[in-house]
Write a protein that binds this ligand. Structure first.
Ligand code: 5U1
Length: 695
């Protein structure tokens, strides 16, 4: 009989062997601690150790491994940094084929699917379906022997894939050693490796700065990162893994429902999708699809649809497969976010700050749920990087509500007469010289408010809701007023006469009167709104509020030095310089004087005492739709009470204000156990501190 207990008859260990025994025990303990910390950080999004402690344990393990190389194993937490580059990927035969999925494109496809399932099973009652988002990544299969990761493979053609074990070991959310207990001798887990949206943006931004090729979408970035022979490159990319099904199991049994199998996988340390849910019947599937469609843009990863699977494994087995797709699952697709179309023309638009942006005029194409005929090309560097020419076939991407952009040129389809795109040498609107600041990608018209385009944009900004909020002064009216030479700057708005306004196109006398009344009404404002409306570069609503609360008086602000400006919360050297430049410009000085002489006023701003800033030191995040106020208004109230308002939820967030249709931020706040205030609770909070949102 063998036992782990030392025998009385064992020879006494030599000091060296003793040292090794101790080192082995320490290595095992460090593996356990680091694996648990990794799981808490990357899978649960709930760090269990401070970074400094994690680093200390990691260094301790590395140091033991370098003194005792015999204790270094492939599954050590130190081995996630990548290994020696491979010459090529070996082929892997999948013992159980990796399936693909049939697609459903609309509600009726889903109803048909549900009917087929019920008919084949011969059941009358609603079928239970496990549903979850379909991640837009790369399918992989992970093989564990006795709880240790021994092989990872791509899907390939479903029967044969590529061995990408070295690369997969670098993905922090994949357990190298299963957590928990009762690990089957053989377990194959399948799921998707993907790149979260923020990692994708950061990776592309880095590539742009280095003038390198960018990835078209997060899926391509994930694929490109996984198919690297040098796993150190994979290690440098932030990939994640989410499991969605069993490949095979030997020597143990799993639960009898898909949703319970996923719960078991989570126990063993795998990330499963937080949005997963079991619903009943075709109606349940449709409701789930609608809910996820609303959340889609807020999720931290890209999805291209929803996967619905019959939840009972016994029913799955009865249903079986047709060719490579199971009869018990279907992918309900969302509208495509990328399409191909023709680049018909490039126009150059001049913005409020003079930035000249090339805009692609496209043959209209349906993408991301809308018809798109314009897309941004950002700047000249981007046009060069894409190598775009007029006449090219291009790929347009419209993800979420963001402006559609040209992400790729299909070079194979380039016609012989495709034309180079020339950047204008002078402003296309006012003919002033074009300036390009060293190191900046943006070229600007130097005409300032002499340029009609900049003037129009400045006035539109001045009148906008978060600025002077002039009801009825829409973009078209501003354009007419400038084109008819009725106004040159926003000061002139305050001397407009009824006759001037009434002669504009499609302007009835009543509307003209209403517009003049709104202009008059806008004279009572706040210091912060006034500052924001001036359109100083990089001074948004939050910065304007900070400037107001710091300087209290415009006469003090316009004379502030660089040092005084950078002392304001969230004002860095660049913003401070923009503010200085703005107030130093004689034209801007006369605009400010003119506005004040026209009668613009605001209540005196008093310095708040510390006891009037009850939320000082607390960070809030506001998300979702609030019914009784805008999100900016809610943020303003929080700032008035001394709170900091952040854009994303983290362990440092004090509380989340969550309106309707709150998405991933709400989920994250719940996962982190943060305080969550609905609109009513938020209104009560500000009320207890003397703010009434109705007044
Ligand atoms: N979320 C999810 N994606 N996905 C892809 N589940 C899922 N299941 C799949 C595939 C190919 O296949 C199973 C039906 C085995």
């Amino acid at each position: 009989m063998t036992t782990d207990q030392p025998s009385l008859f064992d020879e006494a260990p030599t000091p060296k062997a003793n040292d090794l025994v101790e080192a082995r025990a320490k290595v095992n303990e460090l593996h356990k601690l680091l694996n648990q910390a990794n799981h808490a950080y990357y899978v649960l999004d709930d760090p269990s150790l401070p970074d400094a402690e994690y680093d200390r344990l990691f260094r301790e393990l590395s140091s033991i491994e370098s003194t005792h190389p015999e204790l270094l194993t492939a599954n050590s937490p130190t081995q996630r940094v990548g290994a020696e580059p491979l010459a090529k990927f070996e082929q892997v035969t999948h013992e159980v084929a990796m399936l693909s999925l049939d697609n459903a494109f609309d509600d009726s496809d889903m109803v048909d699917f549900d009917r087929r399932v019920a008919d084949r099973l011969g059941v009358q009652e609603d079928i239970a379906y496990a549903c979850e988002p379909k991640l837009d990544g790369i399918a992989v299969s992970l093989l564990y022997e006795n709880g240790l990761l021994v092989r990872a493979a791509t899907r390939g053609d479903g029967s044969t894939g590529e061995n990408i074990t070295q690369n997969i070991r670098t993905v922090a959310s994949i357990p190298l050693k299963l957590l928990g207990k009762d690990h089957p001798p053989i377990l194959e887990v399948r799921g998707e490796v993907y790149m979260p949206k923020n990692s994708f943006e950061a990776l592309n931004e880095k590539a742009r700065l280095k003038d390198e090729k960018t990835f078209v979408n997060p899926r391509n970035a994930a694929a490109g990162s996984l198919r690297q022979l040098d796993s150190k490159i994979t290690a440098s990319r932030r990939l994640e893994f989410c499991c969605y099904s069993l490949g095979r199991i030997e020597g143990a049994q799993l639960p009898v429902e898909h949703s319970e199998i996923l719960a078991q996988f989570a126990q063993w340390g795998f990330k499963t999708n937080a949005e997963s849910k079991v619903v009943l019947g075709a109606q349940g599937c449709q409701d789930y699809y609608q809910q996820l469609a609303l959340k889609r843009n807020d999720l931290p990863y890209e999805i291209d649809g929803i996967v619905f699977k019959v939840n009972a494994i016994e029913q799955q087995q009865k249903l079986g497969f047709i060719s490579r797709a199971p009869r018990w699952a279907i992918a309900r697709k969302f509208p495509a976010q990328e399409e191909m179309t023709l680049l018909e023309e490039v126009e150059f638009q001049v913005g409020r700050t003079g930035a000249i942006t090339p805009v692609a005029r496209l043959k209209p194409v349906f993408v991301g749920g809308v018809t798109v005929s314009n897309a941004t090309l950002h700047n000249m560097d981007e046009i060069k990087r894409l190598d775009a020419r007029v006449g090219d076939t291009v790929i347009i991407r419209r993800a979420g509500d963001v402006i559609p952009k040209v992400v790729k040129v299909v070079l194979d389809r380039r016609p012989v007469n495709a034309q180079d795109i020339e950047f204008p040498k002078s402003c296309p609107v006012c003919d002033s010289a074009v300036e390009r600041v060293e190191g900046e990608a943006v070229a600007r018209c130097s005409g300032g408010l002499f340029c009609g385009a900049q003037r129009k944009e400045a006035i539109k900004h001045f009148a906008s809701r978060k600025a002077m909020d002039i009801d009825g002064l829409g973009d078209k009216i501003v354009e007419q007023l400038v084109d008819e030479n009725l106004i040159e700057s926003f000061v002139d708005l305050y001397s407009l006469q009824l006759d001037d306004v009434a002669k504009l196109e499609r302007m009835a006398e009543k509307s003209a009167k209403n517009l003049l009344a709104s202009i008059e009404e806008s004279k009572s404002t706040t210091f912060a709104k006034f500052l924001y409306s001036l359109g100083i570069r990089e001074v948004g609503v939050a910065t304007a509020l900070n400037l107001q609360n710091h300087f209290l008086d415009i006469r003090v602000l316009v004379k502030a030095s660089f040092e005084e400006l950078v002392a304001v919360d969230d004002v860095g050297p660049i913003v401070a310089q923009h503010i200085l430049n703005f107030f130093a410009e004689p034209h801007n000085q006369s605009v400010i004087d003119g506005l004040l002489q026209s009668g613009l006023t605001w209540p005196k701003v008093e310095r708040k005492q510390d006891n009037e800033l009850p939320l000082v030191g607390k960070t809030y995040v506001v998300t979702g739709t609030l019914n009784l106020m805008g999100r900016d208004q809610a943020k303003g109230y929080l700032q008035d009470l001394g709170a900091k308002v952040a854009g994303s939820v983290s362990a440092k967030t004090h509380a989340l204000v969550a309106g309707e249709k709150a998405g991933s931020k709400l989920q994250k706040a719940q996962d982190l156990g943060l305080e969550i205030l609905d609109e009513e609770a938020f209104i009560n909070l500000i009320k207890t501190h003397g703010i009434n949102h109705e007044s």
